[in-house]
Design a binder for this molecule. Structure first.
Ligand code: GDD
Ligand code: MG
Length: 307
């Protein structure tokens, strides 16, 4: 199965982390976010991935290249003006001839994509939407289903009065290619506000695939930090070295420094005399922590260098 990843958003809510780089390239555990998403897809045998891009496309393509380093084939489609979530998928249509996956490019999740795709086939659905439980559905797309998982209603960013469930759109879809015929080309269209409600209104089979695994939308600095805390403490199955102290190549760590995991130190870092690093902490490539500093519950990286 092929996948389209939506990476055209400006990431304004993640500022200042996105002032100098696209949201998809913001590092998680010192690796660009999108690289984690691509590894996750590759583990589920997704080998062809289209990146639907808008602003700041060049640094993404420059880093990821043709994808062969990650065992996948990458293609790029770039929008001149933002086309919205459905318009961006439509823009990738020439690559999409069979049932495909579409993903928001800012989600970190342990979602079982293989099981979701077979659920989609069993249900003979037009679209299957992964769901996740959240505390506050007002920031997400609320999804109401019947007892068999068929979606009855989709409400993007519901007001508090509209909340009837805590299960929301997890930002991963399995889609039949004929849905693309319903999206006008070259036009800004939202899949959440326009395409999904229209499919439901016309009685198309749209199903929900509930997931209880780890899930995080990395949309704000608070959530970005929480994602790191979760990965480092083992709350997601994704990171196998939870709890440990991991040090990259070329680091100089003074013998008097105290480092208590979970900590990840990138490559070519200098940790001076009497520094204390108390995890959860991630230190980016090329950082220097000066004498006597205490670092705790932090993610630190240099924002002005190219990755
Ligand atoms: N190519 C392209 N073009 N991508 C876009 C565009 C566009 O015009 N607009 C948004 N995107 C990408 C963003 O980069 C992001 O990866 C994804 O589409 C979703 O956009 P967000 O702006 O992050 O949406 P959100 O977080 O408010 O809500 C969405 O995600 C929630 C889950 O995190 C919705 O899909 C909600 O329904 C969902 O619950
Ligand atoms: Mg988002």
């Amino acid at each position: 199965m092929k996948a389209v990843i939506l990476v055209g958003g400006e990431g304004t809510r993640l500022r200042p982390l996105t002032c100098n780089r696209p949201k998809a390239m913001v590092p998680v555990l010192n690796t660009p976010f999108l690289e984690h998403v691509i590894h996750h897809l590759a583990r589920h045998q997704v080998r062809e991935i289209v990146l639907a891009m808008g602003h700041l496309a060049q640094p993404i393509e420059g880093y990821l290249g043709d994808g062969s380093r990650f065992g996948v084939r990458l293609s790029y489609v770039v929008e001149e003006a933002p086309l919205g979530t459905a318009g961006a998928i439509k823009n990738a249509e020439k690559y999409l001839d069979d049932t495909f996956l579409a993903l928001n490019g800012d989600i970190f999740a342990d979602l079982d994509i293989t099981a979701m795709a077979s659920f989609h086939r069993q249900c003979r659905a037009k679209v299957t939407i992964a769901l996740t439980p959240v505390d506050d559905p007002t920031q997400y797309g609320l999804v109401e289903t019947d007892e068999r998982g068929r979606i009855l209603r989709f409400v993007e960013k519901p007001s508090p009065e509209e909340i009837t469930t805590n299960r929301v759109n997890a930002g991963t879809y399995v889609i039949e290619p004929d849905v693309l015929a319903q999206i006008p080309p070259g036009t800004n269209v939202s899949i959440e506000r326009e395409t999904f409600p229209r499919l439901l209104a016309s009685g198309e089979p749209v199903y929900a695939y509930p997931s209880s695994g780890y899930w995080m939308d990395t949309g704000t600095p608070e959530k970005y930090l929480q994602l790191h805390r979760d990965l480092l403490s083992g709350r997601s199955g994704y990171y196998p070295l939870a709890g440990e102290v991991v040090t990259g190549e070329g680091c100089h760590i003074h013998p008097s420094a105290q480092i208590r995991g979970p900590v990840v130190i990138g490559s070519n870092c200098t940790i001076d005399r009497d520094v204390r690093i108390i995890g959860p902490v991630v230190i980016g490539n090329g950082c220097t922590v000066l004498e006597g500093a205490l670092v705790g519950d932090s993610v630190i990286w240099l924002s002005l260098i190219h990755i």
